[in-house]
Design a protein around this ligand. Structure first.
Ligand SMILES: NC(=O)c1ccc[n+]([C@@H]2O[C@H](COP(=O)([O-])OP(=O)(O)OC[C@H]3O[C@@H](n4cnc5c(N)ncnc54)[C@H](O)[C@@H]3O)[C@@H](O)[C@H]2O)c1
Ligand SMILES: [Zn+2]
Length: 383
């Protein structure tokens, strides 16, 4: 047994490797890692200057620690602070971030550092991909969603008026530093929404991890030291290992990477139907979408009803929505949801692509799902 650490003390971090040949990188996971940001960057790119991109809320909580660490390693940094929220994944904010990076005289060989949640990672990553035809960048994810999902895998981008993430690039980071202590300041609702993506890794491909989560989720939420020590770090590491493996085998999503969309077809439609508002956060939509994907799989006879009930029970147990009636203000209408599903995943001769399951940990890509069958299933959910 490892002795419990005191607050601020640094344990040996966990390192997950993303094997992408010349573009391989490490994901370093541990409590208190932000203090080592400067020394890690210095080791990776001696002499590099840094543009630190963040949002106003994250700046309030964690910018000082990041800047102190850079400064103590002798690294010159410029800060770029954008407004909070999905609205910053816009042309206007993208322009201001690119201009700020250029104004700070960040050149090839220097680094962009994304300090924030998925919004900052996507925005700063896309700016890094674009300025001077590509600058290297480091992800310092500060939400659970970003630590287990968006900071890994190189998808970057902003939103179009036609839909989310329609303008972007694949641009892998050169390093990901996931400091699990940064999540202590995250509102519980955001943490819980990110947890849906954690559960997703168990549900899609790792039944043993799902069983572990059923036993240990409270320690993942508590996250600190003491009796729950390292549960959070362990969970994040398992997810990153899962995603790193999938990304290494299918970087551009021509196959297996689509499994990461478990719960996202139903989820995206519900999220969009709620106007991407506070009524339903992304992770909440994914939880509900996964519950629906399991139920739909049961309805098709792919899994036992009890298995679908087990998946739902865990998600509901942590406080995530799993029924349409759980959506505050009510679910969007059936016609709208069906239309949004059709938009999200192109319909080919009435057939839709869904991620379905043959059991907990056994997701697969089904590309011949009958739209009429989905509609009939969803109609039952409104009763
Ligand atoms: N690139 C990918 O592969 C990928 C994957 C999944 C999601 N995404 C994108 O990620 C975005 C969602 O990410 P998100 O959920 O992290 O949202 P977010 O970045 O908006 O963060 C959520 C909220 O938490 C605040 N916050 C962040 N860190 C905090 C901290 N440590 N303490 C206190 N508050 C903190 C933020 O200011 C914000 O208000 C979406 O735009 C989505 O499209 C991208
Ligand atoms: Zn997601």
């Amino acid at each position: 047994m490892t002795a419990p650490l005191r607050q601020g003390e640094l344990a040996e971090p966990t390192v997950v490797k993303v094997a992408l040949g010349a573009r391989a990188y490490d994901i370093v996971i541990g409590r208190g890692l932000i203090a080592s940001l400067g020394s890690r960057i210095k080791a990776l790119r001696p002499g590099a200057r840094v543009a630190l991109v963040t949002d106003e809320t994250v700046a309030r909580h964690h910018l000082a620690a990041a800047e102190t660490s850079l400064k103590s390693a002798g690294i010159d940094s410029a800060r770029v602070v954008v407004p909070v929220g999905e609205g910053s994944k816009s042309y206007a904010t993208f322009e201001s971030v690119c201009e700020a990076i250029i104004a700070a005289r960040i050149e090839r060989g220097d680094l962009v550092v994304a300090l924030g949640g998925g919004v900052i990672g996507d925005l700063a990553g896309f700016a890094a991909a674009s300025v001077r035809r590509g600058l290297d960048f480091v992800q310092v994810p500060t939400t659970l969603l970003a630590q287990v999902d968006s900071s890994v895998g190189g998808k970057t981008g902003i939103n179009s008026r036609h839909g989310k993430n329609l303008i972007g690039a694949f641009h892998q980071p050169v390093l990901v530093i996931a400091d699990t202590a940064l999540l202590d300041t995250l509102p519980t609702r955001d943490f819980r929404a990110g947890y849906a993506e954690v559960a997703k890794y168990g549900l899609l491909g790792d039944a043993a991890f799902f069983a572990w989560l059923e036993k240990n989720w409270q320690d993942v939420f508590a996250g600190g030291q003491g009796s729950g020590s390292f549960a959070r770090e362990h969970a994040i590491a398992v997810c990153c290992r899962g995603k790193a493996g999938i990304v290494a085998r299918d970087e551009r999503e021509t196959g297996e990477r689509a499994l990461l969309n478990l719960g996202h077809t139903f989820g995206h439609a519900l999220e969009a139907g709620c106007g991407f508002s506070d009524r339903l956060l992304h992770g909440e939509a994914v939880a509900l979408g996964m519950a629906l994907a399991f139920d739909f799989s049961a309805r098709k006879g792919l899994i036992a009803a009890a298995e679908a009930a087990r998946a739902r029970a865990h998600l509901a147990g942590v406080g995530l929505p799993t029924h349409l009636k759980d959506i505050s203000g009510g679910a969007p209408g059936l016609d709208q949801v069906m239309e949004l599903i059709a938009q999200d995943k192109k319909v080919k001769r009435g057939k839709l692509t869904f991620i379905l399951v043959r059991g907990i940990g056994k997701a697969f890509i089904a590309d011949d799902v009958d739209a009429a069958e989905v509609r009939a299933f969803l109609a039952e959910q409104y009763r």
